[in-house]
Ligand binder design. Structure first.
Ligand code: HEC
Ligand code: HEC
Length: 333
């Protein structure tokens, strides 16, 4: 009888131990965090630390591309080591975390959607053309030849950032999403107060930002004046500036999920910033099809009957509605 009891005890012990080992192994195998699926949650950029598929020269080029996007001015700015062709801002000032930040005007949709037709130029644009546009407008400078190492590196990096995104799809959280349109025009006067309370501490009372100690870039980039983006830049459109600010400014305080500013404050501060002086660009060859101008493109002529002031500050809803009617009419006739 004694022996039998011991056997039962041993059997129970063996059973328990195997159950514990099995359970531990099972939990170990399951990923602890559920990785988001691109179709439901916002896009998350790949990481060079994890991605070992890039090797040798290709990897070096992508790393150099990221460096150029993050510290553009160090290479291409007024005191740049490669050329002096831009205004001293970095691509990263507007494409946060080198174009990898979700909702931070990232590059998630570039590899998947370019080359594509764009109404601004009325042509099919390559990634090279799109980067050149930001160099000539946002960085108020001159572009690089497409076969320079710097241009090749930036393009290689941008392609790598979006390499996991399915062709033709635009992941959630890429580019800029404008706040809800207001029922009134955005007010530069209200915006000035928002600026003084929420922006001035970093971007300065004169909007000129703060130059870093090494004089190679900005600690806080300028929002207007001679070193800022020009009148042909994306941010000169109110919806782009308001949307960028909503999800990202004040820096490190706002997120898409919990913005520090109300939608009204975003539109108003954008109206104030874009009423200040800045470099201009000849835009006569932009929007060859005038009817394709976005509602917030502030330069005429237009085919919708609204004037430049309304196209600059809104209200934008009446313009959108008039355009919808116009296109319904042309469809039915
Ligand atoms: C002053 C701000 C600013 C700076 C600086 C800037 N950009 Fe941009 N960029 C924008 C805005 C605004 C857009 C349009 C975003 C939108 O409409 O969703 C844009 C769009 C782009 C796009 C197309 C994105 C897409 O999804 O279609 C690329 C590529 C790009 N920028 C690259 C660059 C590079 C490279 C640099 C530096 C050489 C740079 N940008 C500097 C503001 C900026
Ligand atoms: C705590 C400091 C801080 C505050 C406050 C702040 N910003 Fe910024 N802002 C930054 C920094 C830093 C960057 C550049 C981020 C980078 O390079 O990674 C930036 C970038 C920008 C840019 C894009 C680059 C440019 O210069 O055009 C805009 C536009 C902008 N801020 C607008 C605003 C507005 C509007 C407010 C107020 C609602 C604001 N910021 C408040 C620190 C700040």
């Amino acid at each position: 009888m004694k022996i039998n009891n011991n056997w039962i005890l041993i059997l129970i012990l063996v059973g328990l131990t195997s159950a514990i080992i099995y359970k531990a192994f099972d939990t170990y195998q399951k990923p602890r965090i559920e990785l988001p699926n691109n179709t439901h949650t916002a896009w998350i950029a790949p990481s060079l630390y994890i991605d070992r598929s890039l090797e040798g020269e290709e990897r070096k080029l992508v790393i150099y591309g990221e460096e150029l996007i993050a510290n553009t001015s160090k290479y291409l700015g007024p005191n740049g080591s490669v050329a002096h062709i831009t205004n001293g801002m970095n691509c990263q000032n507007c494409h946060l975390n080198a174009g990898k930040k979700t909702w931070g005007n990232n590059y998630g949709a570039v590899a998947s959607t370019y080359p594509k037709f764009r109404d601004r130029s009325g042509s099919i644009e390559s990634i090279y053309k799109r980067v050149s546009d930001c160099m000539e407008r946002s960085l108020n400078g001159v572009t690089l030849d497409s076969n320079t190492k710097e241009m090749q590196a930036m393009i290689a990096y941008i392609k790598w950032v979006g390499h996991e995104v399915q062709k033709d799809s635009v992941p959630k959280g890429s580019g800029i999403k404008p706040p809800e349109y207001l029922d009134r025009a955005a007010s530069p006067l209200n915006g000035k107060i928002v600026y003084q309370n929420k922006c001035q501490s970093c971007h300065g009372s004169d909007g000129q930002g703060l130059i870093a100690a090494d004089a190679l870039s900005y600690t806080y980039p300028p929002l207007w004046g001679k070193n800022s983006y020009n009148s042909g830049a994306g941010l000169y459109r109110l919806s782009r500036l308001a949307g960028y600010v909503r999800d990202n400014m004040p820096f490190n305080q706002s997120t898409h999920e919990s913005p520090a500013l109300s939608d009204e404050e975003c539109w108003d501060v954008a109206a104030f910033v874009n009423s200040q002086p800045r470099p201009t660009k000849d835009l006569t060859s932009d929007w060859p099809n005038v009817s394709k101008k976005p509602v917030d493109h502030p330069f005429g002529p237009y085919t919708d009957g609204f004037n430049e002031t309304q196209h600059k500050f809104g209200p934008f809803k009446p313009i959108l509605e008039a355009r919808k009617k116009q296109s319904n009419k042309s469809k039915s006739s």
